[in-house]
Design a protein around this ligand. Structure first.
Ligand SMILES: Cc1ncc(COP(=O)(O)O)c(C=O)c1O
Length: 426
């Protein structure tokens, strides 16, 4: 069992309640206060250790504190953390990303994935001179007003009308967004037939949260964007350098016009980017076009994040890394499915090897509503038992990573068994 003798964590939780709305940063369960992370493990303020599948919500693909990344960051620290000016590390990282990502001819840095998505949509509007953006129900693209439409809708919202996920969104933004069911070929085609000449962009998570694209769906979006002169944006904030060294566009073999990147490219430090065709990216250059997109950010391209990203990508580029990541992911998926199947617990393992979760449902999962129809109580119990067993994950994702040892994987598989036993005993 986990050690809960000390009450240090309780003290921090109380202090957080005094100064943070809802007692938290808005991200993860505020009843957990993490003290440190090393390799595959994080330790909370009470000293409890967890095998970490949250990994900072994705960025720590090499595990926490990878020695080579730390060395690169330490070396940069004494030379300066941020300059608000071009620097060699940022330029070199841009070259590496442009080399790797099929759609990328140029890139522009920002600090967060949400900003990258906001600028990608703005860039598409500037490029096409149109306003409408098409997104997918349940697709997450950060916190901009445009993006926060039908990401977490309750019940069955009416397509294609956009419904804000949050208070504070101007009606004009809402009116410029359209929403489609993910993986629905016909729905998007019909919408584009009606409104395609006003559509600036189709933005999509190539794997939406955990739901993979049906065969041909991304190519269908590519074809529709081409037919109607819209920009196709892949949000690769999660999938970039995770699904392959060429991202989801490499894995699925469809090249968008623009992609957004974050998480892995900063190696755990704040860095994200919009990357794509020069013809569209040139709108960031005031001298190149009269539809200039103004873009400034204090920390954009900071050298500390750039060296962390550079080293992370260098490690990922070495032979066998993605094979290992895939093997670990598949091993976890197979074990989890076996534990549940042998107890006749209806479930679907949804996702790719390097990002997935279980949905407790007897139906195949194709979109947001299929996920929402899953047994939420079962998912809650599954996550809780895992946490009690020392396995940390997001409520709706498992992020396999390269920090995991064989022993970590075996312990996780044993925790899956315990969770399945609890579920069977409900
Ligand atoms: C697909 C996707 N896009 C964008 C974002 C936003 O990135 P950030 O949290 O860095 O703003 C996230 C964050 O989880 C994401 O998963």
């Amino acid at each position: 069992m986990l050690d809960t003798a000390s009450n240090r964590q309780t003290d921090w939780i109380e202090r957080a309640k005094g100064v943070l709305p809802g007692g938290g940063f808005g991200n993860f369960d505020p009843s957990l206060v993490i003290r440190e992370g090393h390799g595959a493990k994080v330790v909370d303020e009470d000293g409890n250790e967890y095998i970490d599948y949250l990994i900072g919500s994705g960025p720590m693909l090499l595990g926490h504190g990878h020695p080579e990344v730390l060395e690169a960051v330490h070396a940069q620290l004494s030379k300066g953390m941020t300059f608000f000016a071009n620097n060699a590390a940022g330029i070199e990282l841009a070259e590496v990303i442009v080399d790797a990502m099929p759609c990328a001819e140029q890139l522009r840095y920002v600090s967060t994935g949400g900003e990258a998505d906001m600028y990608a949509m703005r860039l598409a509007r500037a490029h096409t001179g149109r306003e409408v953006i098409v997104k997918f129900e349940g697709g997450y693209h950060g916190m901009s007003a445009d993006a926060l439409m039908n990401t977490f809708p309750k019940g069955n919202a009416d397509y294609p009308k956009a419904q804000p996920d949050t208070a504070g969104i101007p009606a004009a933004v809402q009116a410029s967004m359209r929403v489609c069911p993910y993986n629905d070929f016909e729905y998007v085609a019909d919408l584009m037939a009606k409104e395609g000449d006003q559509v600036a962009a189709i933005i999509v998570e190539p794997l939406q949260r955990i739901v993979p694209p049906k065969a041909g769906f991304l190519q269908h979006l590519r074809d529709l964007a081409d037919k109607y002169g819209a920009v196709l944006i892949f949000d690769e904030v999660v999938t970039g350098f995770r699904f392959s060294y060429q991202g989801a566009q490499g894995l699925y073999g469809v090249t968008p016009d623009l992609c957004t990147l974050g998480k892995t490219i900063g190696g755990g430090l704040p860095l994200a980017a919009i990357a794509g065709q020069s013809e569209i990216m040139r709108h960031f250059d005031a001298t190149a076009t009269d539809r200039f997109v103004l873009q400034i950010g204090t920390l954009s391209g900071n050298p500390l994040a750039a060296v962390a990203g550079l080293k992370t990508l260098e490690v990922l580029s070495r032979e066998g890394q993605y094979e290992r990541l895939t093997q670990v992911g598949l091993r976890l998926q197979t074990a989890l499915s076996e534990s549940l199947s042998k107890r006749q617990i209806a479930h679907q393992i949804v996702g790719e090897a390097s990002l997935f979760d279980v949905v407790f449902s007897d139906k195949p999962i194709e979109n947001y509503r299929d996920v929402a129809r899953g047994d939420a109580e079962a998912a809650k119990m599954f996550n809780k038992v895992l946490r009690d067993e020392g396995i940390l994950k997001s409520p709706s994702k498992i992020y396999p990573h390269l920090g995991l040892s064989d022993d970590d994987v075996l312990k996780t598989i044993s925790a899956f068994e315990t969770a399945a036993e609890h579920l069977a005993a409900r």
